[in-house]
Design a protein around this ligand. Structure first.
Ligand code: GTP
Ligand code: MG
Ligand code: ZN
Length: 302
């Protein structure tokens, strides 16, 4: 996209491809250019372009790429960059259809915190939330320190609050398929006309309607990125001993752990475990932590 909002189809110059193959024997990034990158483009007569330079990123959000097939990769996991130069991460979920999944939310929070993004939570479809479950989750995440938006794209609830928060920023919408990412963006900015799709009537899961991430300029200083629904998310490049830092409700207790290398799991004198037992840290959050810690241990690279 050009500064005046023109879209140009671009290919990558050969030198990037070469850089990528040189890195193959190490653990490296899978996508050379990502949504949100500032790039220099050489224009051709036919209106297409070739990316000749990618500027340094302010930040980038990523996850582990799904496992590669083929012996040469020996099971290594690559980094898949979701987007770069993002200000706000909106973790989008629905309260039902599909069912709210706090483990998925917590994994995305870890990715957001480790990339130092402003992280927000949207709980959508409150119009079909018969038992006010959304309010309970809102309470939990608000108590941790996250701003939570309860929305309904269908009944137009919470949309204006969201509009105020995203103004003047680069905003990424991320979450499972079918939760309503594209529907909320359409409600905010009808001109976008993003494609939305039904969820499965048997499993209540989304059908992966959005297939690529696209950056949209919605006013002079505001951008939104709609992304495809994710099936799984493993945060990338996080070591066991660092995971706790991305659980901001745990960090106040770290100074009281007996060992400064504590992973807050089996170590004696762990202040985090103590806080969970006293109800000062929510058990569900601790379960999420152990769940992610476990997947890090299983990974050969970290
Ligand atoms: N009842 C209700 N349905 C909604 C709401 N928001 C979205 N939906 C419906 O949920 C389904 C999925 O919406 P999408 O916007 O396509 O979901 P998405 O998160 O973009 O999904 P992917 O592109 O597959 O990742 C559609 O049938 C929408 O009409 C809401 O607030 N309430
Ligand atoms: Mg979508
Ligand atoms: Zn500890």
């Amino acid at each position: 996209m050009t500064p005046d909002n023109q879209k140009i189809r671009c290919s990558l110059r050969g030198k990037f491809k070469k850089q990528f193959s040189l890195k193959k024997d190490k653990l490296h990034t899978l996508d050379v250019a990502a949504v949100g990158d500032f790039v220099k483009v050489d224009l051709s007569n036919d209106g297409t372009g070739a990316i000749s330079e990618i500027e340094d990123r302010k930040n980038h959000l990523s996850r582990k790429a799904i496992k590669m097939k083929g012996a040469s990769f020996r099971g290594e996991r690559f980094e898949q960059v979701i987007a770069s130069n993002v200000d706000n991460l909106f973790i989008v979920s629905s309260i039902v259809k599909p069912e709210f999944n706090n483990k998925v939310i917590d994994r995305i929070i870890v990715a957001g915190e480790s990339s130092r993004l402003n992280t927000f939570i949207i709980i959508n479809k409150v119009d079909i939330d018969s038992g006010n479950e959304a309010g309970l989750w809102e309470e939990l995440y608000t108590s941790i320190g996250y701003k939570v938006f309860l929305t309904s794209a269908k009944s137009k609830i919470g949309i204006e609050d969201l509009r105020n928060e995203i103004h003047g920023k680069v905003n990424l919408f991320w979450g499972s398929s079918g939760v309503g990412k594209s529907s909320i963006l359409n409600e905010l900015f009808p001109d976008l006309e993003l494609e939305t799709g039904d969820i499965s009537e048997s499993s209540y899961k989304g059908k992966h309607t959005t297939v690529t991430s696209i950056l949209n300029k919605v006013d002079d200083e505001t951008y939104v990125i709609d992304t495809p629904g994710i099936r799984e998310i493993d945060p990338y490049g996080i070591k066991k001993e660092d995971l706790g830092h991305y659980f901001i409700d745990f960090t106040p207790f770290f100074p009281d752990c007996r060992f400064n290398t504590c992973t807050h799991y089996h170590e004696p004198g762990c202040a985090v475990v103590d806080a969970v037992e006293k109800g000062e840290i929510d058990e569900l959050r601790y379960e999420s932590y152990l769940n992610i810690l476990d997947t890090i241990e299983d990974d050969m690279n970290f």
